[in-house]
Ligand binder design. Structure first.
Ligand SMILES: Cc1cc2nc3c(=O)[nH]c(=O)nc-3n(C[C@H](O)[C@H](O)[C@H](O)COP(=O)(O)OP(=O)(O)OC[C@H]3O[C@@H](n4cnc5c(N)ncnc54)[C@H](O)[C@@H]3O)c2cc1C
Length: 558
């Protein structure tokens, strides 16, 4: 067998382009083919990004091209969500400063995101993959996956021809061409089953304008669902309505009528669209959250939305798509090098994506069940909370969110659904009216507990290489010895009293991370310390001989 391609990718959305671009970037000898059924530009729902995407665009080498398109900078979101009808803001970066565009991927722009018109954005990315040497065939639909057991042997195209490759990547989004063909099941870990109805509008007001291209998306709850309002540029805005499928069925009404009523009656949206007109291309979809049972087979991978979907409330779809496709590309590159065990590479890829997806779905459940504004949906949200074992006491909610693992987003740092621990505490405060306690503020000393832990190796994906990272594993929890985790573990071994620990952390920074500003370092490492307490790796104790950590770092008690 002598296949014509090294990697054949089904789908030219963000996942397909990311995978193709990074394969070619790190190994220009690879013959990479992208098969896309549409001709770009084409509209696609899902426009509001999260900050981690910038790093992937920068790595792909297309940050400048994306920035030149002048998409609005998303500095956060304005919500009507939680216990009152008041609007409140969530910001990725405090004190966003006006600066000229196009700007480099540096400073505050590493902490902001974009709101992208997908017709324009997806085309930029696909063109970029082509510029890097991937062969891109548009208006080419994969109609059949040929297979032999768990091995894909070819893809039949709509013109009847067959394409053969060494590796196959399913980046076909919710269609999941290869996932379905390989008989991969999906689990739906939540009772959340929504439908979405949306349209694009010309000349709506910008929701909240902040300097050069800076804005916020709006997420506005109604009694029976919620509305997104995403400015895509000075003249075009995406406005959508999300409803539980059950509610929609029971209403017996047409999507058009439900949509019209929602946008015309909402006080915020109706004001923003009073001089606007819709493009009249109303679209609907169901958006059930799911996680694929397997994400890697003999010679195939699922990346992006074909692998799973988390509710749109978190605006995480594209972030998950870019990151999973990046890691799929890294896994294939590493398999080709043959230095790591193939089973380990595939297992790491699969575990990481599944954990991430489940965590996002868990986080979405928290959002829905913590929304006291859902008058018509009270029973429904109560059921979500019950199924999730979620108690809305803020301490319990915080602990429950952490059971998905704060450690799995990026090795070396903590986050749940891309939200760090401090921001998460703020969010719990907003949604439940009380802040969860800091788990480290009252303690004077900290003891590392590795009892019963096994040693394993997790994967870190850095500069085109998959790196093995020594990790302690106990049950579902993992403690990777890298980045801020390594710093905290070593510093604790030198001394667990609060004052000693802070001093040790600072010595560690000066030795290994001198470029990192001290405040940022302290913030990162204390969040790691809290994650380790939450997951039982560290035990906090009162200590009469040492000041409580909250006295040394007052921000912990805010
Ligand atoms: C209602 C709703 C709102 C959302 N809101 C957001 C949001 O605000 N922010 C966010 O980040 N995400 C959001 N998402 C999710 C986001 O749209 C997706 O996660 C994202 O598009 C996934 O990227 P992808 O590359 O995996 O798939 P896609 O972008 O869907 O790309 C798949 C590509 O595969 C092609 N394809 C399909 N079948 C075939 C075939 N047989 N042969 C060849 N090509 C094929 C398609 O034409 C398509 O271009 C939302 C999703 C929904 C449903």
């Amino acid at each position: 067998m002598n296949p014509s391609y090294d990697v054949a990718i089904i789908g030219g959305g963000p996942a397909g382009s990311t995978c193709a671009a990074l394969l070619r970037k790190y190994d220009p000898s690879l013959r990479v083919l992208v098969l896309e059924r549409e001709r770009f530009p084409r509209d696609h729902v899902g426009e509001s990004q999260l900050p981690p995407i910038g790093a992937v665009l920068n790595e792909m080498g297309c940050w400048e091209e994306v920035e030149a398109a002048n998409f609005p900078i998303k500095i956060g979101a304005t919500y009507r969500w939680g216990c009152s009808d008041e609007l409140w803001n969530f910001e990725f970066v405090s004190g966003f400063q006006d600066e000229p565009r196009p700007a480099k991927y540096a400073g505050q722009r590493t902490q902001t995101a974009l709101q992208v018109d997908r017709a324009v954005y997806d085309r930029i990315l696909l063109d970029h993959a082509r510029e890097l040497g991937a062969e891109v065939r548009q208006e080419t639909r994969v109609v059949e996956v040929l297979k032999d057991g768990d091995r894909v042997t070819g893809l039949r195209l709509d013109d009847g021809s067959v394409v053969e490759a060494v590796h196959y990547v399913d980046a076909s989004g919710h269609v999941g061409v290869l996932r379905r063909a390989m008989g991969v099941g999906v689990e739906c870990p939540t009772s959340l089953q929504n439908i979405a109805i949306w349209d694009y509008w010309q000349n709506a007001e910008w929701a909240v304008e902040i300097g050069v291209g800076g804005t916020r998306v709006q997420v506005l709850s109604l009694d029976y669902g919620w509305i997104w309002f995403i400015p895509l540029g000075p003249t075009r805005t995406s406005i959508g309505l999300i409803l539980p499928a059950d509610y929609y069925r029971r209403s017996g009404r047409r999507p058009q009528d439900l949509y019209e009523e929602a946008v015309r009656n909402d006080p915020v949206v109706s004001r923003l669209i009073q001089n606007a007109r819709s493009e009249g291309a109303l679209a609907t979809t169901k958006d059930w959250s799911f996680v694929a049972d397997r994400l890697a087979g003999d010679n195939w991978w699922l990346a992006g939305e074909s692998a799973g979907f988390a509710d749109p409330i978190l605006a995480a779809g594209m972030t998950l798509a870019h990151w999973s496709a990046r890691e799929a590309a890294y896994t294939i590159l590493e398999l080709n090098r043959g230095e790591h065990d193939g089973g380990w590479l595939k297992a790491r890829y699969q575990d990481l994506q599944r954990r991430r997806l489940r965590q996002h779905i868990q986080f979405a459940d928290f959002w829905y069940s913590a929304n006291g504004n859902f008058e018509d949906l009270k029973d429904y949200t109560r059921q979500i909370a019950q199924e999730a074992g979620l108690d809305l006491d803020p301490d319990a909610a915080f602990q429950w969110l952490g059971t998905g693992g704060f450690i799995n987003e990026r090795l070396g740092a903590t986050a749940a659904g891309t939200v760090d621990i401090r921001a998460l505490r703020g969010l719990c405060r907003t949604l439940t009216d009380r802040a969860p306690r800091s788990l480290i503020a009252d303690a004077g000393s900290f003891r590392l507990d590795l009892e019963g832990a096994q040693t394993d190796y997790l994967a870190d994906y850095v500069d085109g290489r998959v790196v093995r990272v020594k990790t302690y594993v106990r049950g579902e929890s993992r403690l990777p010895l890298t980045g801020a985790f390594q710093a905290v573990v070593r510093s604790l071994k030198w001394g667990g009293r609060s004052d000693q620990l802070l001093q040790n952390l600072m010595v560690y920074r000066e030795t290994y991370f001198p470029a990192m500003p001290p405040g940022e370092w302290l913030n990162a490492t204390l969040q790691v310390l809290e994650a380790l307490v939450l997951e039982g790796w560290v035990h906090p104790q009162p200590d009469p001989a040492a000041p409580p950590m909250g006295r040394l770092v007052p921000e912990l008690t805010h």
